[in-house]
Design a protein around this ligand. Structure first.
Ligand SMILES: [Cu+2]
Length: 119
């Protein structure tokens, strides 16, 4: 799990946490540079996965998630959960969806808007 974070922090060189190339439609030659999100911009993705464990003291949850289009491949890794209301919804074994926010310039990411899937 630590490896995953290390990979993100060091420029996402490994396949696992690699940020995916932009779609062909936004290649530099064909589109203005403004279409590429600025590194300081907060980008949002939707995560679907299963809660593996929760660390309330660290405000973190390890999620076994599917592929997050445009962000990362399917994997199990910890995510910061800043909001207590979200943290309280996270129980091991539950299937959830959540918003993933990501600021590339700060190598920072977290989840919010947790929704527990009906059983
Ligand atoms: Cu990852």
């Amino acid at each position: 799990m630590r490896n995953c974070i290390v990979v993100i922090l060091f420029s996402m060189l490994m396949a696992g946490c690699q940020e995916q190339a932009p779609p062909a439609a936004s290649t530099p030659a064909a589109a203005p540079a403004t279409q590429e999100p600025a590194p300081s911009e907060t980008r949002e993705f939707t995560l679907t996965g299963k809660v593996v464990s929760v660390d309330t003291a660290q405000k973190s949850a390890t999620i076994n998630h599917g592929k997050i289009e445009g962000f990362m491949e399917a994997m199990t890794m910890p995510y910061p959960v800043p909001e207590d209301a979200d943290l309280q919804k996270l129980k091991p074994g539950e299937t959830i969806t959540a918003r993933v926010s990501y600021i590339r310039a700060e190598s920072k990411y977290w989840i919010s808007n947790v929704e527990v899937a009906p059983k």
